[in-house]
Design a protein around this ligand. Structure first.
Ligand SMILES: Nc1ncnc2c1ncn2[C@@H]1O[C@H](COP(=O)(O)OP(=O)(O)OP(=O)(O)O)[C@@H](O)[C@H]1O
Length: 290
């Protein structure tokens, strides 16, 4: 059974006259990292909000089709319960930080306290999470005094402490520098190791190529492409949906156009190195055979 399954989902915001999401179907298996990509305004954040149940509860409009989490239709699940199944990490960590807690430790404990979990369990869960996310040194700091990157790690920690099986992560690195971005992707690797099912919106295609198992390309709210990241990111169709190639794919396409005999278009650094070495060996043996 899929962890998340969208079945013919369409959605029109109550203030809009045309649908933002159009007949969208795809599923995410347990342990799969599925990246949502598409041009600005193609509907990625709207899909995140539908899966998390914020649409149509907070952002109203007409929603048709169904979303199932572990086989259960979310229209029949209350928002609190859904919050235990799905950890949501927002683009802007300032929105996520509660603002009511004086220390990072309390902030990470907050969700568990709300559930009425006993103090000893909270303590061990928070300690484990602070270790895992590598933020023990921030434990006594006030969350409002942290940098953007530190706040985003605290936001991940608060979500991870609840240990949901599914994560919906909407542009977690858009406000971070390269180091902050790397730290967030270390956390995302950790989630993958723990077999979490993940829907990720991210604009840096190189990172998606490296980490995602599958890619969904949205175009005007409809499914344009869906497949393994190596397949989607090497497709000639990609640019027509306003999605850039990862840099290694872009370089490889240019080399192939220039006559370098590549047997496929690599999308990650390690694959690019292998593919170029194979092309070099092939070129040398062709030259030796002349
Ligand atoms: N609350 C809302 N009410 C009405 N329309 C909205 C609302 N939120 C988003 N939209 C519209 O829905 C469309 C899709 O927006 P959405 O934010 O889901 O796209 P996106 O792919 O995440 O874009 P970006 O890459 O710019 O973040 C846009 O045309 C947007 O203006």
């Amino acid at each position: 059974m899929a962890a998340v399954e969208l079945d013919h989902v369409s959605f029109t915001y109550s203030t809009a006259d045309a649908p933002t999401i159009r007949d969208l179907s795809f599923s995410v298996e347990e342990g799969e990292l599925c990246a949502l990509v598409g041009a600005n305004g193609s509907g990625k954040t709207t899909v995140c909000n539908i899966v998390r149940g914020f649409i149509p509860r907070f952002h109203t409009g007409e929603l048709t089709g169904s979303v199932r989490i572990d086989g259960q239709d979310i229209a029949e699940t209350n928002l609190g319960l859904l919050g235990l199944q799905i950890g949501f990490v927002f683009q802007n960590p300032f929105v996520q930080i509660s603002g009511s807690k004086d220390t990072v430790y309390e902030e990470v404990a907050f969700g568990l306290e709300n559930l009425g979990v006993d103090v000893a369990t909270i303590r061990s869960r928070v300690e484990e999470t602070l270790d895992l996310i590598n933020i023990q040194h921030l434990r006594d700091k006030n969350p409002v005094d942290l940098s953007g990157g530190q706040k985003q790690r605290v936001a991940f920690a608060s979500t991870l402490a609840m240990d949901p099986p599914i994560f919906v992560i909407d542009e977690p690195t858009s406000q971070l520098d390269p180091q902050g971005t790397n730290e967030i992707f270390e956390i995302i690797s950790l989630l993958k190791e723990r077999r979490k099912s993940i829907i990720l919106v991210e604009h840096k295609m190189e990172l998606i190529a490296e980490y995602a198992d599958s890619v969904v390309v949205l175009h005007d709210g409809a499914l344009a492409m869906h497949g393994a990241s190596a397949e989607v990111f090497s497709s000639p169709e990609l640019p027509q949906y306003g999605v850039a190639y990862p840099e290694f794919a872009r370089a490889a396409l240019a080399l192939r156009d220039a006559g370098v005999p590549l047997d496929h278009i690599p999308v990650t650094k390690s694959d690019a190195v292998r593919t170029l070495e194979a092309a070099r060996t092939l070129t040398r043996s062709m030259e030796a055979g002349r």
